[in-house]
Design a protein around this ligand. Structure first.
Ligand SMILES: Nc1ncnc2c1ncn2[C@@H]1O[C@H](COP(=O)(O)OP(=O)(O)OP(=O)(O)O)[C@@H](O)[C@H]1O
Ligand SMILES: [Mg+2]
Length: 353
């Protein structure tokens, strides 16, 4: 483990072995007496314990201090990114009822490449060609899914298909994406300081990005009013952009974008907003974490024009679960549902489907 992470290891000695174990992706501390880890997609309780709530609380406060934040009665929640890229969220009592709660999402040094995802069965060859075509043909794509379903990983994989030579502006709340191309310009938002000053939001950065001659804009995650700025950017010709959003299905993804856009405070008729969403977003790549812990691209859907004011999508491929093996493993296959509407366009562009 790198030196810059050693302070974390110091404060969190009881869970040190899990922080240093690269096969562990998350460490979840639910008060001093209970620790879970996630390994290969599965949660398991481990025997680690803290000697007391005071010791755990001190560890959390030290993490906060090391990143220039406070964790106390007045600031009972902490959101922090550590120098090694790991994300920490902590909540202290009385908000949390079991003592100090800390979740650490460890930063993966080796990114999940599309090859690895395919090897893990997260997608098949056809799905891979399809999402590659979406990127090469400059479609605007949103990756949707539940928490921890693999959205960011899929976005990272999608971005790997962006050809060298395009200028890509990347905007994130906390740097997670690792684009490999040469012409990448990454940005990160800034939280307000102790006096509530100096905040720079995703919305602000989108506005800047638009003035920095982007070929494509990649936004880590849409959570609020920035959805509106993104829609406007896409509808004014920044094709080939991509982002992620928390949603339960491709249709729900479109509704979520709409809800987020409304958070910006705009006042336009709902149908007008919906038609903006439907025309800005070309396709949704939906991810899921299955019951055995495996992550998959469970659906790729094209967005169609509104019908009677409602969203419609045309599913191209989907995962079909057939059975659950005695050991819990989910078995099934990917199936092609509809031919993509851009098949001709792909052929002309020489993109293999
Ligand atoms: N296809 C996959 N196969 C195996 N593990 C995966 C896969 N995709 C993601 N993971 C792992 O699952 C965890 C969550 O992945 P990721 O951060 O991409 O999800 P997310 O949906 O973006 O999460 P969040 O909701 O927190 O933003 C990570 O530890 C990641 O390494
Ligand atoms: Mg994510």
């Amino acid at each position: 483990m790198e030196n810059n992470n050693s302070f974390l290891v110091l404060f969190l000695a009881p869970v040190r072995e899990y922080l240093e174990d690269d096969s562990v992706s998350e460490v979840l501390i639910n008060g001093p007496q209970q620790v879970y880890i996630e390994r290969r997609g599965k949660l398991e309780e481990v025997p680690a314990k803290f000697v007391s709530e005071a010791a755990l609380r001190a560890a959390a406060a030290n993490i906060a201090k090391s990143v220039g934040r406070m964790l106390d009665e007045m600031h009972p929640r902490l959101d922090a990114r550590l120098p090694d890229g790991s994300r920490v969220h902590a909540v202290i009592p009385p908000l949390s009822r079991v003592g100090t709660v800390i979740a650490i999402r460890k930063f993966k040094k080796d990114t999940l490449t599309i090859d690895k995802m395919q090897e893990y069965g997260s997608l098949d060859d056809r799905t891979r060609k399809l999402i590659r075509a979406l990127v090469l043909l400059h479609k605007n794509v949103i990756v949707s899914g539940a928490t921890s379903s693999g959205k960011t990983s899929v976005l990272n994989a999608l971005s790997s298909f962006i050809p060298e030579g395009e200028r890509v502006l990347v905007i994130e709340d906390a740097t997670e994406l690792q684009l490999q191309q040469r012409h990448i310009v990454p940005f990160e938002t800034r939280k307000a300081d102790k006096n509530g000053q100096g905040e720079v939001t995703i919305r602000d950065l989108i506005r800047s990005a638009l003035r920095l001659r982007p070929d494509r804009i990649v936004i880590g995650e849409i959570r609020g009013g920035e959805a509106l700025d993104l829609l406007q950017a896409l509808n004014t010709g920044h094709a080939g952009s991509m982002s992620t959003i928390h949603a339960n299905s491709p249709i729900d993804c479109l509704s979520r974008i709409e809800t987020c856009a409304l958070l910006s405070g705009i006042d336009i008729p709902l149908v007008a907003l919906r038609s903006q969403v439907a025309s800005a977003i070309d396709a949704v790549v939906h991810t899921a974490r299955l019951s055995d812990g495996s992550r998959k691209i469970v659906s790729v859907a094209e967005v169609e024009p509104l019908a009677q004011g409602e969203y419609r999508v045309r599913e191209l491929v989907r995962w079909k679960t057939v059975s659950i093996a005695p050991d819990g493993r989910v078995e099934g296959h990917f199936e092609a549902v509809n031919a993509p509407s851009f098949a001709d366009q792909a052929q002309i562009a020489g993109v293999d489907l």
